[in-house]
Design a protein around this ligand. Structure first.
Ligand code: HEM
Ligand code: HEM
Length: 145
């Protein structure tokens, strides 16, 4: 059962990263072009936020399952407890702010700006906190999925 959640969490990472990247790039382009048409950008931000919330739920299941506390390789248990989980929660809060602050802003420029800043910060933090197989000793545990 928990293996299923682990695979889901691992696969959803690509969806989250792709949505965040597209939302961020399109928002940054809209901001720098001084575009006055927000178009479907609000919907895109909403989908990104929903993907983040689903990842949060799955992450919480993994966290409370506690299987990660049994890793015997140096630093891995500490990573999930002290780095991955808290930082991802902060990143998801930032992503949620990206959507809700931009929704509340009235001017199109402000909407693009909120999205660029908050989804951008969220993307950076998430990229840094994924246990990539090429980082530290994660390759020994997770391999390439
Ligand atoms: C622990 C779990 C979750 C937490 C703490 C959480 C938190 C939040 C918060 C704080 C907002 C308000 C954002 C705003 O200011 O507009 C929100 C909105 C929303 N969340 Fe979540 N959420 C969780 C799980 C989920 C899940 C599992 C889904 C979908 C599968 C989801 C879908 C949404 C949607 C659709 C909105 C409304 C966005 C809008 O229309 O503005 N959330 N959530
Ligand atoms: C967008 C955010 C997130 C991304 C992209 C992400 C990505 C990942 C990846 C790639 C793994 C390794 C799993 C594997 O390759 O098999 C992992 C493990 C894990 N994640 Fe996340 N994660 C995110 C958010 C969260 C959150 C919010 C929590 C907790 C609330 C969480 C808790 C965990 C735990 C506990 C593990 C270790 C699972 C185990 O081995 O028992 N993650 N995450």
């Amino acid at each position: 059962m928990i293996t299923g959640f682990l695979h889901l969490h691992s696969a959803l990472r690509w969806v989250v990263l792709a949505l965040l990247l597209v939302t961020f790039i399109k928002a940054a382009i809209g901001l720098s072009n001084k575009s006055t048409d927000f178009g479907s950008q609000g919907k895109l931000g909403l989908f990104t936020m929903i993907a983040l919330h689903i990842q949060l739920i799955i992450g919480l299941v993994l966290f409370f399952d506690g299987h990660w506390s049994e890793y015997t390789l140096d630093g891995v248990t500490r990573f999930f407890m002290m780095e991955h989980t808290p930082m991802m929660i902060i990143a998801i809060v930032l992503g949620t702010l990206g959507h809700s602050l931009s929704k509340r802003a009235t001017e199109v420029r402000a909407k693009f700006k909120k999205q660029t800043i908050f989804f951008g910060l969220s993307l950076l933090l998430i990229f840094a906190m994924i246990p990539w197989p090429f980082m530290r000793n994660f390759g020994e545990i997770f391999g390439w999925i």
